[in-house]
Design a protein around this ligand. Structure first.
Ligand code: AHR
Length: 523
């Protein structure tokens, strides 16, 4: 099964046999091609949903849980460690019910609302704009704000931009100052709606394309800011939506440049929305189904990119995958609207496959935001009161952070096949980059549930000399970290590789993620 720089030629197809096999995978690396893997590919998403914000990030200043101005210290420390670059907020679907002015000023006077999208719980607005910006400053992440274009107005969103980013003598900047923040913040990333085909207003593509004009021309640059405005994409496979938006909002001579800087794609690895299946109790069939669905991200990006290339050959507009991840049935005994799920090695491998796909498409993919940061869907962190646990997905972000802002090394992957029943997928996923210190990093995932995969890495004009590695592999694909047993899945040193005739041969354990660091000689 051959794929070149992220173009998967055949993703999941019928096989004439019903068992796994283990031919060797060969990865041929080219020369670096001056494409930078944006650090924002390692971005996140935090919505007012279940216990993502309340309990997961925000506990309030009076909490006995250690916090700084109401924000959990343990969560901030964990996120700083993996260098989270950007966080999307306040939704998701919640964004289209959110009126930012209700979340500023003295907390006691903020109105209480019903979170009608996520469980009808009371939203007391105690975590608002200032608290989110404080969270970003504490973690070192850039803010990415999603505007309300269903129940909000153009003025409401443009006032939000002014409130956050203007240093002038105007009503919004004065209001901000009266709320205790003298200087404006820098907020570059703005989403002009969320899933406008669905919870964001059930808009037809051409209607939304027109709405975009009102929003994008009204969101102004204050001081020296250059807003990066992201348009909502359609359903994952709605290529007509992409065609409609791109046709209207990009021109080859670039005069519309800046009105739409990014275009969003959402994709969750779910095969059956009525019966998603449990997060931890799965067999090989359940493992395979999720990973086969995950691999579809590659084809989706290729197809949307091909349309974008037609209207934007210079790739000025970024593809922003601002919601992605696994989505299972909620854990038993939890609120079905809170989307709380555990996280196993299946999620770690799914995360690694997705991140490798984004790296390989880094010429077009400029940001990606896993859903979601804490306690919701494929989260990096789970909390229960004062307790916190890091998930296998967290450790993938920790291992892969070496790719942030590094130069992509194009990879041609001749992958072994992994078959279950009558379907097969590539057994191995891979991407590589070179950082400022000229260190090469290769990230690999073995999607095979029970077989070791042998991978030969071949380099162009580079001979590896010193190699070290880390592996995420716990022995059982269903393993997860719980509050009682928080360290079942954690990275370990990896040394199952050898150098022979300038090539590196690696043995990937079943259901594992490996990141290698290579120093060597350039020819
Ligand atoms: O991430 C959960 C929800 O999934 C988001 O609110 C919405 O945008 C998507 O459908």
């Amino acid at each position: 099964m051959k794929r070149t720089s992220g173009i998967l030629t055949s993703l999941v197809f019928f096989a004439s046999f019903a068992s796994t096999q283990s031919q060797e995978t060969v990865v041929q690396f080219g020369m670096t091609d001056s494409v930078v893997i944006s650090k924002n590919i390692y971005g996140h998403f935090a919505e007012h949903l279940g216990h993502c914000i309340y309990g997961g990030i925000w506990v309030g200043e009076r909490s006995t849980i250690p916090n700084t101005r109401g924000i959990r210290n343990d969560v901030v420390a964990a996120l700083r460690k993996i260098r989270i670059p950007v966080v999307r907020w306040p939704g998701g679907c919640f964004a289209d019910d959110y009126h930012w002015m209700e979340g500023i000023g003295p907390a006691a006077s903020r109105p209480k609302l019903v979170n009608t999208t996520w469980g009808g719980v009371t939203e007391d607005n105690s975590f608002g704009t200032h608290e989110f910006m404080d969270f970003c400053e504490q973690t070192g992440a850039e803010p990415y704000i999603c505007g309300n274009i269903r129940s909000g107005t153009v003025k409401e969103m443009s006032d939000w931009v002014q409130y956050l980013t203007s240093d002038g003598d105007n009503a919004m900047a004065k209001l901000r100052r009266s709320n205790g923040r003298e200087k404006p913040w820098t907020v570059k990333f703005w989403a002009m709606g969320n899933e406008t085909w669905g919870c964001g207003g059930i808009m037809p593509a051409d209607f939304y394309a027109s709405e975009l004009g009102r929003y994008s021309t009204s969101l102004k640059n204050f001081e020296d800011s250059h807003l990066y405005k992201v348009a909502s994409g359609g359903l994952p496979e709605d290529y007509n939506w992409t065609e409609t938006i791109m046709k209207k909002w990009s021109t080859t001579d670039g005069w519309l440049q800046g009105y739409m800087s990014g275009y969003s794609l959402h994709f969750y690895a779910v095969t059956n929305w009525e019966k998603k299946g449990p997060a931890t109790q799965f067999d090989e069939a359940g493992w395979f189904t999720t990973l086969a669905k995950t691999w579809e991200m590659d084809a989706l990006i290729s197809k949307h990119s091909a349309i974008m290339d037609k209207y934007d050959p210079k790739k000025r507009i970024g593809l922003v995958v601002d919601e992605w991840g696994t989505w299972y049935d909620v854990e038993s005994g939890t609120n079905p609207s809170f989307l709380y799920q555990q996280n196993t090695m299946r999620d770690a491998v799914a995360a690694a496959i997705n991140l490798n796909i984004f790296n390989n498409h880094a010429d077009r993919v400029k940001m990606a935001n896993i859903a979601q940061l804490v306690n919701v869907l494929q989260s990096l962190i789970l909390t229960d009161g004062a307790k916190m646990v890091l998930t296998p997905t967290y450790y993938v972000f920790d291992l892969f952070k070496v790719h942030q802002n590094a130069l992509r090394i194009p990879a041609t992957l001749e992958a072994a096949e992994y078959a279950v029943g009558d379907k097969k997928i590539p057994a191995v996923s891979c991407s590589a980059s070179v950082d400022e210190q000229r260190r090469v990093h290769v990230s690999l995932a073995n999607a095979d549930f029970s077989h070791t995969q042998k991978v030969a890495l071949r380099f162009a004009r580079f001979t590896p000399v010193n190699v070290s590695g880390k592996v995420l592999d716990s022995g059982r694909a269903n393993d997860f970290n719980s509050f009682e047993h928080p360290d079942v899945v954690a990275p370990k040193a990896f040394s199952d590789f050898s150098i022979s005739a300038g090539n590196l041969v690696v043995a990937l354990p079943p259901a594992s993620v490996v990141v290698l660091e290579l120093e060597g000689k350039n020819e």
